[in-house]
Ligand binder design. Sequence first.
Ligand code: FAD
Ligand code: NAD
Length: 457
Amino acid sequence: MSFDYDLFVIGGGSGGVRAARVASAEGAKVALAEEYRMGGTCVIRGCVPKKLMVFASGYKDLVHDAQAYGWEASVGDFDWDVFRPKMHAELDRLEGIYRNILKSNNVEAFDARAEIKDAHTVTLSTGQDITAKHILVATGGTPFTPDVEGAEHTITSNEIFLQEKLPGSILIVGGGFIASEFACIMHGLGVKVTQFYRGEMILRGFDKGSATHIADAMKSRGIDLQLGADVAKIVKTDAGLEVTAKDGSTQVFDAVMYGTGRVPATKGMGLAEVGVNLGRKGEVLVDAYSQTSVPSIYAVGDVTDRINLTPVAIREGMAFVETVFKANPTPVDHELVPSAVFTQPEFGTTGLTEEEAVDYAATHGPVEVYTTAFKAMQSGFAGRENKVFMKLLVDQHKRTVLGCHLVMDGAGELIQLAGIPVKMGATKEDFDRTCAVHPTMAEELVTMKTPSHVIGG
Ligand SMILES: Cc1cc2nc3c(=O)[nH]c(=O)nc-3n(C[C@H](O)[C@H](O)[C@H](O)COP(=O)(O)OP(=O)(O)OC[C@H]3O[C@@H](n4cnc5c(N)ncnc54)[C@H](O)[C@@H]3O)c2cc1C
Ligand SMILES: NC(=O)c1ccc[n+]([C@@H]2O[C@H](COP(=O)([O-])OP(=O)(O)OC[C@H]3O[C@@H](n4cnc5c(N)ncnc54)[C@H](O)[C@@H]3O)[C@@H](O)[C@H]2O)c1
């Protein structure tokens, strides 16, 4: 049977573009459809603009520190009108690069929505049907907003980058990556921030001691973080958005942003209709090789809801190409994936959390917990209360470092490096025999001598 293409990729984001490019480089005839903007969530409305805003939001503290170090410096107000067009120009530039990558790799790009018609056919929003030997679903996810009265007045991370002006005050709902990062970003830009999280501690699923340290720091910086709080209804008034919380209290905000999770983008895709098994959230269920229940259809990235991070989507895309186009079946390694949460303070993390260590200890034996918290020299000198927090979890018998959690300036950069020995299976003694670099914050990673406690001991 002959097909129009060897591979048709649906979605021009992190996973889709990488898979398309690498498959084409292997000699496959490849096409890709993108319904919005090339580059996907990470480039257009995720990691990249978010990180630019993280940078922008950090300068107030830096100017304050510069003053404390003797510089004649003063900080005025943040001007969104200066920053916003520069940020969007950068996103346009990156989108252009993504388009060029596809073009120069002979991938035919369609600016259209694609849906699955059958195991080997997609239908484009232009009405065109295209056949392919393999179809790769890489459609990512979309923000989820709960069904609350007045939700139509709220925004999500999709809209935050497009605001015409910055609000004077904002309520951010949620306690995950997105809500916590944007609470810090908006606060740093001079917006009055309230964050509602319905549970007892933000960043659920991360190491709780580290999350608590971040939450305390956010509060002491002036973010009104309310735990056990949720929205009952939102009414638009002349004064702004009047939010009634579930405890009955009301407050008016200029804007309300939901960061309450994302759902896999499978709605209306025709996947279930052709026999692709979906999970409870609508995620595409795949095996270790990203193959769905329909053998010609594969899926990578957030749409599979495994680990929803850009580098993971890219790896899944490359493993798919190894498996299907290089006859080298390659499962994706989802173990010990380091990641960062770009809150202020920043959080870098890899491996077991202390909560997970309880289960681990029950089956593998005791886990030593090493923690340290201290005032950072640079900001401490400037009079800022900025405590560094570090935690290592160590298998007491094997001595392997099972988890590493860092809350400090530059934690994202640092965990990339600390993630390597942890992934290699380094022992606590390997850390300890590495000489300290002085004076740094990171030196504490190799000088923590005594466990603060032992789990399962
Ligand atoms: C605000 C925010 C901040 C983030 N920050 C980070 C971070 O700092 N670090 C990190 O690692 N990850 C971060 N992420 C997560 C990261 O963006 C995703 O994990 C990554 O983009 C997933 O890549 P993907 O290829 O699976 O999907 P996406 O990048 O979402 O790409 C999917 C593409 O498919 C398109 N599409 C959907 N349906 C169709 C269709 N039917 N036809 C055609 N096209 C379609 C979409 O328009 C989209 O462009 C962030 C996410 C958000 C929302
Ligand atoms: N730095 C990074 O790497 C980074 C940054 C942002 C996003 N991401 C990725 O994007 C994904 C999505 O991020 P996210 O923050 O939207 O999701 P999340 O799953 O991390 O957090 C969702 C939050 O919303 C809350 N919530 C869910 N339903 C709710 C409801 N009905 N009412 C009130 N609260 C509710 C949850 O309790 C949770 O705190 C993450 O899982 C992550 O993989 C990564």
